[in-house]
Design a protein around this ligand. Structure first.
Ligand code: CA
Length: 225
């Protein structure tokens, strides 16, 4: 799950990023509208944390452009102004949520969580699939009644696979979603390969069928059949 933080106050941006990182989100940060546009041209995000007052423009304008392009990224606006106009404008433009500064990081994290859950899993916190139970709030996975011990990347991968059940996910899209842009594409493919291999082994050792199939030359597909 990846989050783009668009916020020009360096300390707030850092705090949000390190807090969300603890919740297993990959975060990228930018401080201006133009930097945000450059990022959004090349990637999509599960959630965008968007400040309104940015040095080179308004977050609301950026939101308008984003929604005109029909981008499906979730958006939570963070604003210093407790202005009803801004709030209505933001929600009217298609933001999912609005938080007034100052806020507790736990509150922001809960809102981000809720947006991602709503978009990926119709708002459910616990997903049961065949023998798997995924608790998105506790970030835990059980096979039947046994808790599976996964690394953070393996957990992220599994949730990403499950949210794309029966669809082929390419290595490029896995790299986009789960790894920082700084990792070279070719390096990240090797990394993805070994994480998928480990995840698959852990699932099968716990007694699961082979849910994660390699699709030759393309990527992987999670399916129950
Ligand atoms: Ca600002």
């Amino acid at each position: 799950m990846n989050v783009l933080i668009i916020e020009d106050e360096p300390s707030l941006s850092r705090n949000i990023s390190s807090y969300l990182l603890q919740s297993m989100y990959v975060c990228e940060t930018v401080a201006t509208v133009s930097m945000a546009k450059a990022k959004l041209d090349h990637a999509s995000y599960d959630c965008i944390v968007l400040d309104i007052g940015l040095p080179d423009g308004s977050g609301l304008e950026l939101l308008r452009e984003l929604k005109q392009k029909n981008e499906s990224d979730g958006v939570v606006i963070i604003s210093a102004k407790n202005s009803l106009d801004d709030k209505l404008a933001g929600l009217g433009l298609g933001a999912d949520d609005y938080l007034t500064k100052p806020f507790h990081l736990a509150e922001l994290s809960a809102r981000v969580n809720a947006i991602i859950r709503r978009r990926s899993f119709d708002g459910r916190n616990v997903i049961t699939l065949d023998r798997l139970t995924i608790d998105l709030l506790c970030k835990s996975i059980r096979v039947d009644d046994t808790e599976l011990s996964l690394t953070r990347k393996e957990y992220d991968l599994l949730v990403y696979f499950v949210s794309n059940k029966n669809r082929v996910v390419t290595k490029e899209s896995i790299a986009d979603h789960l790894w920082e842009a700084s990792v070279e594409m070719t390096d990240s493919f090797d990394i993805i390969y070994s994480h998928v291999k480990n995840l698959r082994r852990k699932l099968m050792e716990a007694g699961c069928p082979d849910y994660i199939k390699s699709v030759h030359g393309m990527g992987y597909k999670f399916s129950l059949a």
